[in-house]
Design a protein around this ligand. Structure first.
Ligand code: AMP
Ligand code: MG
Length: 503
């Protein structure tokens, strides 16, 4: 088995210097920085940034506990300086990662243009998490950008990633600080830095970067590193790289099914935004379905609907095909054979996706076993919802709580006959309802609600509504009265909701 330690001596020396070895400190940092042991082309080491008046506006105590960080020390002046990137935390290493990616199908060399890895934290339970700052300033990969982020989008990422934490695999948010700077966008906006926590920031785009350099040894080093970090069981396989690919295909099939089940539209599924770990990453222009319609697009720059809700499984498969292309030299020396082997794995995506989606939908409908006619039952309900503009989340809640006076849809002949089929198919109501309560969230971060709380926070620096929403979103399956307050869809859908990339 290849270990992290397989590195040249120069890297080892640098890594030691960078604090690979654990240092005791009041903050609870327990860094073990392995990414910096990769070949130098994969990153750029950076110094701290300079900001004069960073201020902590959100801090996630629960996540800090999980990471083993001191909630008290992290709120101190030094703690805030680490979260602002103005000081290097004990044992930390500031680096920006190199990657490439297909953005709206166009290939580009990219990299962390406004992000900075502080280090890899080993949690008290022994898990490894990247702690990364987003919006901390320019890096060698910034291209034309200023390396900065603004308060609204960073708060938005915090809200949505934390709301999804119990719903699907996702990066997490530890903190938001305001930088005290004004950042020039269409208008001047308050600058902010988000502290993001992820199983890693390895992306399909990281492999595209390695493959693009054409050095097979670097590619192999990266693949071994990724396997070690996320899919170590692949090393047991006769063809570890094919096994690795299969594992990523299956994790993505599961992840995308979970997005679809919750009505999540990622909005910018570029290959650099597809994480090898299977976590959802980069909450830029994402949003949630109100009305169920597969053609829903929220992102203002997605002119052709490439990343529409209903296209997400297809796009994931497209991204996975790009991923396969990078791994071919490792899969077999005969490239023809490598391609055939990878194709078989890629083709398993849609079957796996369907399995996950069907299994999830059955739960949403309170069906505890599987029948052949389920696919049709689900399809017919979704089709009724689309045709009659039913709210995605609330339709499932209406079914869960038998609220059949809430929408015109339920008075239709078509619905009555669907309901009859569903009731015949269900087991006892008590059991079915319990399953439905566990499978249909009481609350999602409704687009219009998120906008409301962001407006208060950014324009009036009033964080109370935001914190109230965060608290209501914390236990999505609690079905508490506090949640009902935030559950209503927008009053009008006349003006389509639009999102913007979080720059
Ligand atoms: P994203 O759409 O957030 O996934 O970002 C795509 C690419 O653009 C990444 O390489 C980012 O690092 C880079 N980028 C986004 N915003 C900025 C910015 N304000 N300054 C520099 N680079 C940026
Ligand atoms: Mg990105």
């Amino acid at each position: 088995m290849v270990q992290y330690g397989q590195q040249n001596s120069a890297n080892l020396a640098r890594n030691t210097m960078l604090g690979r070895f654990v240092m005791q400190n009041d903050f609870g940092f327990n860094f073990d920085n392995t990414y910096a042991t990769l070949p130098e082309s994969f990153f750029s080491l950076l110094g701290p940034s300079s900001l004069t008046s960073p201020e902590l506006v959100l801090f996630n105590d629960e996540l800090a506990h999980f990471l083993g960080l001191s909630t008290e020390a992290m709120r101190s002046e030094d703690g805030i300086a680490f979260l602002a990137g103005t000081k290097v935390p004990p044992g930390g290493v500031l680096l920006a990662q190199a990657y490439a990616g297909h953005q709206f199908s166009h290939f580009t060399m990219l990299g962390d243009g406004r992000a900075l890895l502080l280090g890899e934290q080993i949690t008290p339970s022994g898990e490894r998490y990247d702690i990364q700052l987003k919006g901390s300033g320019r890096t060698p990969y910034s291209r034309g950008g200023d390396g900065k982020a603004t308060l609204g989008p960073m708060l938005r990422e915090y809200i949505i990633s934390e709301a999804m934490a119990d719903i699907f695999p996702t990066t997490r948010s530890l903190a938001v600080i305001t930088t005290g700077e004004e950042v020039a966008r269409e208008t001047l906006l308050p600058g902010a830095v988000l502290t993001r926590v992820a199983k890693s920031h390895l992306r399909v785009g990281t492999f595209q970067f390695a493959a693009g350099r054409g050095r097979d040894q670097e590619l192999k080093t990266l693949a071994d590193y990724a396997i070690n970090r996320h899919y170590p069981e692949a090393f047991q396989d006769a063809n570890p790289y094919l096994s690795f690919y299969r594992a990523v295909v299956h994790t993505q099939a599961s992840l995308i099914a979970q997005w679809m089940l919750i009505g999540f539209v990622h909005g910018v599924m570029n290959t650099d935004n597809m994480a090898i770990s299977g976590e959802t990453i980069d909450y830029g222009p994402c949003a949630f379905l109100d009305i169920y319609d597969p053609s829903t697009v929220y992102s203002s720059i997605d002119h052709y609907g490439r990343y529409a809700y209903g296209n997400q499984p297809k796009i994931a498969a497209w991204n996975l095909a790009r991923f396969a292309e990078t791994l071919l030299p490792l899969i077999d020396s005969d490239q023809e054979k490598a391609r055939d082997l990878a194709t078989i794995e890629l083709e398993s995506f849609s079957g796996k996706y369907d399995q996950h989606f069907l299994a999830g939908m059955r739960k949403k409908l309170g069906l505890k076993d599987s029948h052949e006619e389920d696919a049709a039952l689900i399809h017919d309900l979704l089709e009724l919802m689309r045709e009659h503009k039913a709210d995605y989340t609330n339709t499932f809640l209406d079914l869960t709580f038998q609220r059949f006076d809430e929408h015109d849809l339920y008075r239709l002949e078509g619905f009555a006959s669907w309901r009859e089929r569903w009731e015949k198919r269900r087991g006892t109501w008590e059991e079915a309802q319990a399953l439905m309560k566990r499978s249909n969230p009481a609350l999602i971060p409704r687009n219009h609600r998120v906008e409301e709380v962001l407006r208060a926070a950014v324009q009036e620096r009033d964080y109370k509504p935001l914190k109230k929403l965060l608290s209501a979103l914390k236990e999505p399956f609690a079905h508490s009265p506090e949640q009902a307050e935030f559950a209503s869809p927008p009053e009008s859908n006349d003006i389509p909701y639009r999102t913007f990339c979080g720059t």
